[in-house]
Design a binder for this molecule. Structure first.
Ligand code: AMP
Length: 397
């Protein structure tokens, strides 16, 4: 099957066309600045990137341009749209309605509209992507793959906040967790790579990118994760604060004469390692270089980041009464040996021993712990598009 993967944001859209039999990416790219001016990046496998500046007033024009590029006579990856057998959509929030991926139908669209208030920046854009594909390719079956679905197996003690229970019942306020497609993919790949029995294993996945989260996966099921009602909770991130004392919202609002929404904007966009480094950067490469040349703020930002990941790993080892494997993934987790070292330094009480030479290597799936380490530590590149493709094929049979 040829599966088109669509990840639709409010002003951007990422896509990949994947052959599900070989799992090869036939073409990929993104549309940027939708509704502003418009820019299409398209790359057929084996060829250079093509960039086209063209007006994209809405997502309809953007997706139409992607389809035109895919079937372009010279650089297209398919001869006609008939070759697209299915579409897999990334959907950020499935609320409590979706514990797994599901075929797109009217009931799903209604359910997504219902939980849009839980992800006001993301779900409406995801819905637009679904609607435009329905309009342009009415006969192609579609599947929704939710960022929250993998975490729906969390037990009550992990997902309930200690708030009046009515707020959970009335408004759905609870921990949902995000990056679920990545946590699911990486935990499965980790079990496969290490030869662990997925039904009898305790794996901690550290998805460390610009957004970052950790999950505890026991016997193949998520039992806890660090993000919450929204992706603002948990670890310190590129620009998000992660867990802080909730009283800070009111306290800071009074100090700065801002309402809660404006303070929340600061917590989302100006905090994390960006805020700690005095606005130097949210990119870990910049922070590492600055710390190396003596910038104290950058060094502290990196320490705060690593400390949060470390203590979350400790908490999740407790949640599962042990841990067999820790997997690092996403931009920072896959690429920064220094960040991995500083996270793992101090986890010797778990019997973790790192092979520093292996930790410096780059590549595909890698084990970076020593043979006598009590916990296997590895680097497992995530691939959310492939995970969406696999789910789409599995759902459509
Ligand atoms: P992601 O959100 O998974 O795409 O990750 C993006 C982040 O990964 C960037 O903001 C960088 O902070 C980080 N990153 C990418 N490459 C490296 C690298 N070689 N060393 C350290 N951090 C990196």
């Amino acid at each position: 099957m040829k599966v088109l993967i669509i990840n639709c944001g409010s002003s951007s859209l990422k896509y990949q066309l994947i052959d599900s039999e070989t799992e090869a990416v036939l073409a990929k790219g993104l549309c940027e600045r939708i509704g502003i001016d418009g820019r299409l990046v398209y790359q057929k496998a084996g060829l250079d990137k093509e960039i086209t500046e063209a007006p994209m007033p809405t997502h309809t024009e953007a997706i139409q341009m992607v389809l035109d590029a895919l079937k372009n006579e010279k650089t297209g990856a398919i001869a006609s749209l008939e070759e697209i057998d299915a579409i897999g959509h990334r959907v950020v929030h499935g609320g409590e309605k979706f514990a797994s991926s599901a075929k797109v139908d009217d009931a799903m669209i209604a359910a997504l509209e219902e939980c849009s208030d839980l992800a006001p920046l993301h779900n409406p854009a995801n819905l637009i992507g679904i609607r435009v594909c329905q309009e342009l390719m009415p006969n192609v079956p579609m599947v929704g793959v939710f960022d929250t679905a993998f975490h729906q197996t969390m037990p009550e003690e992990a997902y309930l906040y200690p708030l009046p229970i009515e707020y959970y019942e009335q408004f759905g306020i609870r921990k949902y967790g995000f990056h679920g497609t990545s946590h699911s993919f990486v935990s499965k790949e980790t079990a496969k790579f290490l030869g662990l029995d997925p039904e009898n294993s305790k794996i901690i996945v550290c998805h460390l990118g610009n957004g970052a989260s950790v999950s505890a996966v026991k016997n193949g099921k998520c039992v806890d994760t660090s993000m919450g009602l929204t992706p603002l909770a948990g670890l310190a991130m590129g620009t998000r604060c992660g867990d802080i004392d909730p009283s800070i919202v009111d306290f800071l609002g009074k100090k700065l004469d801002l309402d809660a929404a404006a303070v929340t904007q600061i917590l989302n966009k100006k905090s994390g390692v960006f805020g700690l480094s005095r606005g130097l950067s949210s990119d870990f490469r910049d922070l590492a270089a600055a710390a190396e040349s003596g910038n104290h703020d950058a060094a502290v930002a990196l320490d705060v980041f690593a400390y949060r990941v470390k203590t979350t790993i400790g908490a999740y080892a407790a949640a599962m009464d042990g841990v067999d494997a820790i997997a690092f993934t996403a931009g920072i987790g896959e690429n920064s040996a220094e960040v991995r070292t500083s996270i793992l330094d101090g986890l010797t009480f778990l019997g973790i021993k790192i092979d520093e030479e292996k930790n410096k290597l780059r590549g595909e799936n890698m084990k970076i712990s020593t043979e006598d380490s009590a916990v296997s530590v590895c680097v497992i590149p995530t691939n959310e598009e492939l995970a969406i493709c696999r789910d789409t094929v599995a759902i459509l049979g």
